[in-house]
Design a protein around this ligand. Sequence first.
Ligand SMILES: [Zn+2]
Length: 176
Amino acid sequence: MSAVQSAFEEHERWMREVLRAAQEAGTRDEVPIGSCVVVAGKLVAIAGNRTRTDCNPTAHAEIVALRAAARKIGNYRLADAVVYSSIEPCAMCAGALIQARVPLLVYGATDEKAGAVESHFQVCSSDQLNHRVEVIKGVLEPECRELMQKFFQGRRSQIRGQKSEVGGRTSSSGEC
Ligand SMILES: [Zn+2]
């Protein structure tokens, strides 16, 4: 097996773990995004979105995983880590990867609306920042995208159902 192929299989393996964390987040009515931090082939931290669960706007999967990994390693710099995310990270999370000096980000599906790696801002490759993150995208992309699509389809039909009720509230209010 070539080195490139074995690296790719390794990325798929961790992305499957990330998908499980994303699914678990979905069961808590969170947007189903997962993330994990791997150092030297070992899992250091894994998380799904927790914004509603923790009533915390910064509790995106990547942030939760980065915090847990830094605590576990005992260093706020994660200079040997690979961070996996099911979806292209947002501006906040891409910024956190820079702060943590993460050398490699691997993500599944592109987020055309809020992604800040490729879709907007290009935070991980900006000349104006003091660190660059290498990026591999598209790992288990169909599975990552499908999970999000199913979640939002479900939420849209839920909102339609609620709107048909007199005085029904939508679930997009952000209330925890
Ligand atoms: Zn984020």
